[in-house]
Design a protein around this ligand. Structure first.
Ligand code: SF4
Ligand code: SF4
Length: 111
């Protein structure tokens, strides 16, 4: 017990390592594996991202000039970022919050 005493005292006075989520949001960690976002103005509809995505989280509809991203299917592998020759896909800097609904991000207005 005496050996543990300094650690017990330190634990009592220092700030907790955790945050009170969802009331407090944790700081983004560098190199975080997160979902992705699209700069649709750069997209040429090549559909490479859709082809390489292992979880079918991207759907490009050429005729409608529409790109759909299903974040709740995304496993954050970033294969799509590596495949996009236009640099239209970037990683999000913060993890998406849990949700009751499986939302879809719809991007329109490709050049
Ligand atoms: S986001 Fe990139 S890889 Fe996906 S369709 Fe557009 S240009 Fe092609
Ligand atoms: S990060 Fe991986 S799983 Fe998510 S959309 Fe891109 S390729 Fe698909």
């Amino acid at each position: 017990m005496p050996k543990m005493l300094p650690k017990v005292i330190k634990a009592l006075v220092q700030k907790p390592a955790t945050v009170r989520y969802p009331y407090e949001k944790p700081e983004p960690v560098e190199g975080l594996r997160s979902g992705v976002k699209f700069n649709i103005k750069k997209c040429d509809q090549c559909q490479d991202c859709e082809r390489v995505c292992p979880s079918a989280a991207i759907n490009v509809t050429y005729a409608e000039k529409k790109l759909e991203y299903f974040p709740f299917r995304c496993i954050c592998c970033h294969q799509c970022i590596a495949s996009c020759s236009q640099g239209a896909i970037t990683a999000e800097t913060v993890a998406r919050s849990p949700d009751y609904k499986k939302v879809t991000d719809v991007y329109m207005g490709m050049p």
